[in-house]
Design a protein around this ligand. Structure first.
Ligand code: ADP
Length: 183
């Protein structure tokens, strides 16, 4: 009898793992997940616990925001991991690592990481999904920079994330004042 391929679990189907910092999750990430769900039966969002990156949000806070967004999407599982990604992937039934690409500047880093992961586990491939035109300029880093200075990030991150950013930066959680020419 043919052995079932890893990642083709009879309950889970084809599984992709989407690792990252998600500090915080943006609609750029969410767009990648939603498009991946057209190809895979399940996507595991794996939040990296990497204190060296000095994240703004704790791993618990990041988990809570991602879980809240996908609470009605059973095809998305949310987890966190420490250490080597390949070791974490080995504990799941994922067949592929999913990553997003925004600009050529992402490419070099992603190319090195994908090559390193493949050298650590020759069966593990990385699938890249090109960003959408609406989110090519969206990164967690710029979202944090803009939010810290009081700029509006509505529409680029879920509402819950907008609120959490305001709480973090101690900004008032109020409605935006419309400023007209006469003001
Ligand atoms: P990391 O610290 O691992 O890069 P990030 O949370 O910044 O974690 O990003 C996780 C993945 O999502 C990366 O592959 C990144 O290129 C991708 N990504 C982030 N923002 C976008 C976006 N706006 N469009 C497409 N992919 C994105």
């Amino acid at each position: 009898m043919a052995k079932r391929k890893k990642g083709e679990d009879k309950d889970m189907g084809k599984v992709a793992i989407y690792p990252g910092s998600f500090d915080p999750i943006t609609y750029g990430h969410i767009d990648v997940v939603e498009r991946a769900l057209e190809i895979f039966d399940k996507v595991i969002i794996a939040i990296a616990e990497n204190e060296e990156k000095r994240p703004l949000f704790s791993v618990e806070e990041r988990l809570q925001m991602v879980k809240a967004f996908f609470k009605d999407t059973p095809k998305v599982l949310v987890d966190s991991f420490k250490g080597l990604l390949v070791d974490y992937v080995a504990k799941t039934n994922a067949i592929v690592i999913l990553r997003g690409l925004r600009a050529t500047s992402d490419f070099e880093y992603e190319f090195h990481m994908a090559s390193m992961n493949r050298s650590l586990n020759t069966h593990l491939d990385t699938l890249f999904m090109m960003t959408s035109k609406d989110y090519f300029f969206v990164s967690s880093r710029t979202i944090k920079e803009v939010a810290k200075l009081g700029g509006g990030v509505e529409g680029l991150v879920p509402d819950l994330v907008v609120r959490r950013l305001k709480e973090k930066f101690k900004l008032p959680v109020t409605k935006k004042k419309q400023i007209g020419w006469d003001d």
